[in-house]
Design a protein around this ligand. Structure first.
Ligand SMILES: C[S@@+](CC[C@H](N)C(=O)[O-])C[C@H]1O[C@@H](n2cnc3c(N)ncnc32)[C@H](O)[C@@H]1O
Ligand SMILES: [Zn+2]
Length: 292
């Protein structure tokens, strides 16, 4: 018998990307009853896409490494806590919780959410999660972030390789959100949880470093995108300022593609010109959506 892998805890949630059937694992391969087969990567994740090659790009190796470094500073810990609060609050007592995160990055938020679900105690079965990302560098991190998180490379904008009604929550944290697929994949009582930046997010850095502005109409666009399938159930803002060193700022900037207007040297010079440390604002909207 093959040893248990984190992926095994969510096998019943996964669907063949070609035909939608259940998947089972034999050694390092997942197969469906129709003979479609998907090999596990050495690092423990599996790529579940249909057709030849992928048409989507996730974050590259440097961006994911910068994300891991920056999240390690704890600067976003209040966001992980606020997100976990929402998931715990919307998980019925006695339910384990099966949480999918689309665009999960390093799996930082998903692992924190599962830890908080399990901290409820009271004999509730262990929660589990699926971390899905277009980037294989992300999937490598996700595969080792938690013993009950399965890691997938998949496209968050396409049909997700997940079964109908399999998840209690679908999270999107600074990442793509796919309301049509949330509708298909969530249980009847399932909840979509979306964390998105406001225009005040990292405002102290936008001008000096030439970062991309957040669209002020993001909230309305989000409502429009889910309209007909989901209604916004709750919405709260989380905003705080906390000090960042110049090297923290460099990691933060390295996480994103927002630097395409400047060369590496120009950006380094702009970071060098910042006060060290500098108080920087985190400002997000945290919304929950339920079926309309
Ligand atoms: C801004 S990062 C957020 C990552 C993580 N949620 C966090 O906050 O740390 C966006 C993530 O979405 C992923 N991504 C981008 N396009 C995607 C797609 N079409 N499908 C799935 N993931 C995608 C990127 O690879 C990246 O990891
Ligand atoms: Zn199949």
């Amino acid at each position: 018998m093959p040893a248990d892998l984190p992926l095994d805890t969510v096998l019943d949630v996964l669907a063949c990307p070609v035909c939608g059937a259940v998947l089972s694992r034999t050694h390092r391969t997942l197969t469906c009853p129709h003979g479609h087969a998907f090999d596990l990567a050495r690092q423990g994740y599996v790529t579940l896409v249909s057709g030849a090659g992928s048409r989507f790009d996730g974050d590259d190796a440097d961006m994911i490494a910068a994300r891991e470094r920056f999240l390690g500073t704890g600067w976003f810990a209040p966001l992980a806590d606020a997100l976990a609060d929402e998931v715990v609050r919307t998980t019925p007592a006695g339910d384990a919780g099966t949480v999918v995160e689309v665009g999960a990055g390093t799996g930082y938020y998903l692992a924190h959410v599962l830890d908080r679900l399990d901290a409820r105690g009271g004999g509730v079965p262990a929660s589990r999660g699926v971390g899905l990302d277009a980037s294989r560098y992300a999937a490598r991190r996700i595969a080792r972030v938690h013993e009950r998180v399965g890691a997938l490379v998949a496209d968050g904008w396409s049909r997700l390789p997940l079964r109908e009604g399999a998840a209690t929550h679908m999270l999107s944290v600074f990442a793509p959100r796919n309301a049509a697929e949330a509708d298909r994949v969530l249980t009847d009582e399932g909840v979509m949880v979306v964390l998105a930046p406001t225009p005040r997010h990292q405002r102290e850095l936008i001008e000096p470093l030439g970062l991309v502005h957040v669209d002020a109409h993001k909230d309305e666009r989000l409502d429009a995108a889910v309209a007909g399938r989901f209604v916004r159930d709750t919405q709260r803002s989380v905003e705080y300022a906390a000090a960042l060193s110049r090297s923290d700022v460099a990691a933060l900037v390295g996480m994103g593609p927002s630097t395409r207007h400047r060369t590496r040297d120009e950006l380094a010079a702009a970071i060098d010109a910042l006060p060290d440390p500098l108080d920087v604002t985190a400002s997000v909207t945290l919304s929950t959506f339920r079926r309309a």
